[in-house]
Design a protein around this ligand. Structure first.
Ligand code: ADP
Ligand code: MG
Length: 686
């Protein structure tokens, strides 16, 4: 249970005063649904207001505070702006502009002939000075209320920094004083303020580095502590040693040799499985490095030892694809493989459930459905989780807490993330790396093409198709909305169909699983030449004959995502091409990103660079970072604070593994505050 002391923070945001219907949407867009979200929505910068006695063109572009007197009003017809002509003490003129056709309000704020302290950004409008929607218009006796320094918040339409500042002030008022969880020596050395003070200070003065650092540290600390709780509880549980006989693996006929990295990794996994403590291992390997084979061999070890294995895939498509390819790989071996997804119902599902309970099924492939309540295994010895970045810390914890006898866990990710992030995302795991590609791969040639040459790209696609080639055509993320994604993809599929007819298929996230599967298998089977898709094809899909990928508006994708997408090609022995179509005007960063994609296919280099290009300002939200989902810690803070937080968390667990002492209790509160509390459940069950 969340400690009561945190309740005021976890109340709905509407508990704050002054939130009318007009603010509901902007708050929702910013993801601020509870008071705590507002408290942790930190300002990114500030403006300094210059106190001025007279209007001066030299101040154009700056935020000033000045005493002005309204002289006359001019409202344009219809919904045009209202202009209030006002003068300073010397008679210099400025127009104060109010959009939205609400002239009554402007007149009330600024009655003719009465001086007001006005504050806002001064601008040039032709030869004249103007100020659009002043931030403050106050009677002179209240002029002291205009803050000299004011925080700037990340905004969405309909929201202002001023409003957010007011809401934050209320949130801080509701924030309780919390018992300190940071180790006293560390706190003294860093000279950090207490948690609540840090929160108040950062909202009052966004330049307060100490306060910002403390809050970031708290978040990282809670994250690392949660991971270590998972590790501790896993280590404390009895697993079962799985010693493979080698029988099945020897009988396996592979068309190729294992790469050195695959062989090494399989040995590492074999070593783990032979221990009675459950394995917690992350297998990192770039797209195409051959993770599936490693997983297959690991599962065969489990089956040789008489246990069952389960492979969890992030999507229906991938689950089916793994199932098909595993059946092909294991053809002729005495191994029973089954598939189970949310789509399987009725008799088929019943049969699978019975096979699992009776132990006649050795390997189960599926989506999250394979861990539902009703699914009982006779003897589940190994769980493999493919494409780990869709399977968050919270889910890993749940898996740990749920399973009766702790199974060995192998997680696989194709997202080559920098070491820092690996620790933050998978700090509880041991790591194996597949740092070697299977031989004979031809490098993918990447080109960046401007969008006004789209017609050339379509021609190139035409030539590719008439050479019996297959291709992906990826449509961009538009405004983060699935609906518009879909529209863009549908429109593109239409234009391509006009030229290539029914050789063009379309998949997007809104399609029914069965429809998606049908299109995917038609593409796999070569019945479709072009697959137009949104990012649903990002992970795992394997069609070696597809050797061309076109990515529209490549500048709208993150580097890691582009890398994943590009990994869909270059999977066979044929030479592959990647065409990155870019928009007209590009920022420096986008330019650098695309240039890097052209230059290298090394996933780790791309990942490091991605983090660096994102720099200090950008947060590691859920999307970019895998699942750690930091909202206070920026990449640079993570680099410096993560090692410290990891040590501190480990020390605390070593001393007080049950988090029972005073500091332990305080740390529990931190886990709840940063919503890493799934780990607390493990304390009780462990
Ligand atoms: P990923 O790591 O992205 O999941 P896959 O496991 O899908 O990669 O493997 C990519 C391709 O490489 C597959 O077609 C697979 O058959 C092939 N492959 C895997 N291991 C080897 C190997 N040792 N030698 C040659 N080809 C391999
Ligand atoms: Mg894979």
């Amino acid at each position: 249970m969340r400690p009561d002391i945190l309740n005021p923070l976890f109340a709905e945001v509407t508990a704050l005063k002054g939130i009318g219907p007009a603010l509901a949407k902007p708050l929702d867009r910013l993801g601020l649904s509870r008071v705590v979200d507002v408290a942790f929505h930190l300002p990114t910068g500030w403006v300094d207001r210059l106190a001025r006695e007279e209007l001066d063109m030299a101040d154009a572009g700056r935020v000033i505070a000045i005493t002005l007197t309204a002289q006359s009003y001019r409202s344009s017809a219809g919904r045009g702006p209202t202009r209030v002509h006002a003068t300073d003490a010397l008679g210099n003129v400025v127009s104060l502009v109010y959009f939205g056709g609400n002239s009554g309000w402007a007149k009330k704020l600024l009655p003719v002939g009465e001086p007001r302290r006005v504050s806002g950004r001064l601008e040039m409008y032709g030869q004249d000075l103007q100020m659009v929607h002043p931030d403050y218009v106050l009677p002179l006796e209240e002029a002291g209320d205009t803050p000299e320094r004011e925080a700037i918040y990340p905004l969405s339409e309909g929201m202002t920094s001023k409003r957010l500042g007011q809401l934050a002030a209320q949130a801080i008022e509701r924030a309780p004083d919390l018992t300190e969880w940071i180790e006293p020596g560390l706190l003294a050395k860093q000279q950090w303020p207490a948690w609540r003070e840090a929160l108040a200070r950062i909202h009052a003065d966004p330049s307060d580095a100490m306060a910002r650092e403390r809050l970031a540290y708290d978040e990282i600390f809670a994250n690392q502590l949660a991971l270590m709780l998972v590790r501790q509880s896993s280590r404390a549980r009895r697993g079962r040693a799985l010693a493979g006989t080698g029988k099945l693996r020897d009988a396996l006929r592979l068309p190729y040799e294992l790469t050195g990295a695959q062989a090494r990794t399989v040995r590492e996994i074999e070593g783990d499985l032979a221990q009675p403590q459950p394995m917690l291992r992350l297998l990192q390997g770039d797209v195409g490095s051959g993770k599936t084979l490693v997983a297959t061999l690991a599962m065969l070890v489990a089956v040789e030892a008489g246990a069952q294995a389960a492979l969890l895939a992030p999507t229906e498509i991938l689950a089916r694809q793994h199932y098909e390819s595993l059946r092909r790989t294991l053809a002729g071996l005495p191994v029973e493989v089954a598939v189970l997804t949310g789509r399987d119902k009725g008799k088929v599902r019943e049969a699978t459930l019975m096979g699992l309970a009776a132990g006649t099924i050795d390997i189960l492939i599926g989506t999250h459905a394979i861990f539902q309540e009703a699914v009982a295994y006779k003897d589940l010895g190994l769980v493999v989780v493919d494409e780990q970045h869709r399977f968050g810390v919270a889910q890993r914890m749940m898996l740990q807490a749920k399973a009766k006898a702790a199974p060995h866990l192998l997680a696989m990710t194709a997202t080559p993330i920098p070491r820092t992030l690996t620790l933050a995302n998978y700090g509880e795991m041991d790591v194996s790396q597949l740092d070697e590609m299977p031989p004979g791969r031809q490098p993918i040639e990447t080109r960046v093409i401007s969008e006004d040459r789209l017609a050339d790209v379509v021609d190139a696609l035409g030539r590719h198709l008439s050479d019996e080639g297959q291709a992906y055509w990826v449509c961009p993320l538009v405004e983060e909305s699935e609906k518009s994604d879909m529209a863009a993809a549908e429109a593109r599929a239409e234009t391509l169909r006009a030229r290539f007819g029914d050789r063009v298929g379309l998949v997007h996230g809104k399609m029914k699983p069965a429809e998606k599967d049908a299109v995917m298998s038609a593409f796999s089977a070569g019945q479709l030449g072009v697959l137009v898709a949104t990012t649903v094809i990002e992970v795992g899909v394997d069609v070696p004959n597809a050797t061309l990928i076109v990515i529209e508006h490549a500048d709208r994708f993150g580097l890691a995502q582009l890398h994943q997408l590009r990994g869909r090609v270059g999977r066979g022995s044929g030479k592959s091409n990647c065409l990155l179509i870019r928009g007209g005007s590009l920022s420096e960063t986008s330019r650098a990103r695309l240039a890097l994609m052209r230059e290298t296919t090394d996933g780790f280099r791309i990942a490091e660079e991605d983090l660096r290009l994102r720099g200090a300002g950008e947060l590691l939200g859920t999307k970019q970072s895998g699942e750690a989902g930091f909202r206070l810690a920026t990449p640079d803070m993570l680099m410096t604070l993560l090692p410290v937080a990891t040590d501190d968390a480990r020390l605390l667990i070593d001393r007080d593994g049950g988090l029972e002492g005073a500091r332990g209790q305080a740390a529990r509160t931190a886990l709840y505050l940063f919503e890493r509390d799934a780990g607390v459940a493990l304390l009780r069950s462990g």
